[in-house]
Ligand binder design. Sequence first.
Ligand code: F58
Length: 822
Amino acid sequence: MSANKTEQYATTTLDADQLAHSIKRHLQQSLGVDLEEAGPAEYWEALSLVVREQGLDLIRKTRHKERDEKARRVYYLSLEFLVGRLLGNNLHNLGIYHQAEEAMANLGVNLSDVLEHETDPALGNGGLGRLAACFMDSLATLDLPAFGYGINYRFGLFKQDFAGGKQVESPDAWREESCPWGIERPKRKQLIKLYGRVTERAGKAVWEDTQEILGMPWDVPVTGYGTDTVNTLRLWESRAAEGFDLSSFDEGRYQESRSGEIQAENVSQVLYPNDNHPAGKELRLIQQYFFVACSIADLIARYKRENGDNWDGFAEKVAIQLNDTHPAIAVPELMRILMDEEDIVFSKALSICREVFSYTNHTLLPEALEKWPQNLITKVLPRHMQIIHMINYHFLHTEVETQWPGDNNMKRRLSIIEEPERPGGQQMVRMAYLSVVGSHKVNGVAALHSGLVKTTLFPEFNELWPDKLVNVTNGVTPRRWLDYCNPELAKLIDDTIGKDEKADWRKDLSKLDAINAYADDPAFQKKFAAIKHNNKIRFAAVVKELCNIDISPDAIFDVQIKRLHEYKRQQLNLLHIMALYRRLLDNPDLDVPQRVFIFGAKAAPGYKVAKTIIHAINRVAERVNNDRRIKDKLKVVFLPNYRVSLAEKIIPAADVSEQISTAGFEASGTGNMKFALNGALTVGTLDGANVEIAEEVGDDNIFIYGLTVEEVAELRHRGYNPKDVYNSNAELKAVIDWLASGDLCPEEPDAFRPLVDSLLGGDYFLTLVDYQAYSDAHDKIVETWNKPELWWKMAIINTASMGKFSSDRSIMDYAKTIWNMA
Ligand code: F58
């Protein structure tokens, strides 16, 4: 494969023959399958085992190298890692994709068919989990010593189906399919404690009468692109600590003897399916503590193996990033170990914590900010609650007191413990405050969001510690989100700007800038457009297979894929589609391009309005797609079970990217970056990272519309009645009335009432206010589509201008400004 330069600087030097040989060996010797009986699923497993061998070998070498270099490691603590399928990605990163393709071809098998046989692990809800996966990819690619720590859920995010257009959930028992990536590491298991009580003995706190759970680590190798570094994603599975109680087993009480075990196993059983809303359940708190305690014990053990018992060097070797507040209990956990087990005094323990920890905030939504009842923490983690009080006391009575002497109101506002508003209410622990107080840096995930974190979420903290709050704009890995998912575009870029080690945009995305020079070039435009067209043909086949809907690759593919949430405003998209349909019915000969609106979204199972929106979109889709009067000018597709592997097929085929959240609500967004990277034009509000995308591509190359953050605040301040907008916009009124009429769902005429009520009774997310501007932005999209040279110029500029949004850049920002590692 001399044409392929990646292979020249990757160290895995397997050629196609060697790979074919290893594949056969694994088929026969690991899987016990004859060559003749093997189908794509067996080939997938055999090839995965070959790659796993490579990964394990490199993981071992990485470990040795790190031990010798004694560098600082970063530990990324996250309840979610939405890694997606791994085989194709690992083949790319190891530089053996093309060899594998050739090896499979020689065996009479098509590699892309084989790759489709991997189950897509859904160990995350959405953006936050996928960000963690992109960061793991970048950490390895940048040769930074890192561990990811999380939970090996038995059930990932639920699978979604539609019945009569309504979302139906079923469990995702992903591990029942074979998964060669996780490797059990019994040597590194941990025992953690829960419940019990704290007594004082000889001046020391003793946590006793506890229940114990065993944490079994499963290691997933994380390959980097074009490097030998393979890092570890260590996912904990909970098990019963004591195993069988043999006496009751002997007495034939088998079920009883296992009862303790089943409770312990519950802990890592299921991923909570809420996005931007905490669950508030005891089991969730236990999940948080379980993975945090296992991880902290594990990293301390590693530190001691490598550095001995001297705590003075700990912070030089360890950086811990808290991915949102879900792992915030790590702060009192490390304090507990330092004070109770290592005899370090409170003030020193706190300063070690502050050197080690940093915290990423991913949301401003008030309902998404985690708070736990003090009583619940006291019950599950009594010692931790004491320590939280100690931290709070120190914080309020020294730090807050020094800054605002005698100001009790300020103490109340900044206290980690929130006092109840009404008598008899509960005291709550504010996990975000605990995270801020326990960390040296706190970051938001896009410039706008970080600004709001400073001014609206934590203004007092910002005054107290002016250097603590910083920004690190999110990014996405260009390996998965361009090279792997859009190989034709990747090749066009290579053919245009080169692919040797110096020019490789896969390692330095800012190299894409060179493509800007071709934005006006008709020959390049033609190639770029042809690639998009091919991707659309392939995607249309996916739509046909999954939804049995025919869509034309000549239509505008307009896509909104993300979790279903009112702040993300899928309902705005829906209202506009309903209006377009009515415009066509009024005038079926309207001279407009064909349009296909594509959705993919899961709603949290308990989120009523979100589920209503899904139902409504599906009902509108059914009506529109089966109406011959509009002559295929409009189609609506809602793909069921949206997930990473589906995103990889949708994004390269998109013409328009819908990023239409209410300004101030989407912390960053990362889908917005993936679409622009693949040459889709964004229609979006000035929210999250859209603002920075607009800065990079230029205002002429993006369709920005709607209220700004300031205008949203001003409108709220003035007071707003959605009925005024409804009554003054005839088109909008007509579609809302249609929704409310029951016509779209005759068997359940009130089905869409929750949505209509949410829009007309308050419209918290200002959907109606932004309607007209959104509709106008779409008119501009059509106008631009009708000028192909302009459209493709804009699309090319989008791809060329995405250099900033590589997760490699994000990770370098973290390494420099937060982890002190570069
Ligand atoms: C997302 N948060 C933000 N939370 O909404 C998005 O703007 C941002 O780009 C992304 O994080 C990465 O920074 C998000 O996905 C969750 O899913 C949590 C899961 C656990 C419960 C609370 C919400």
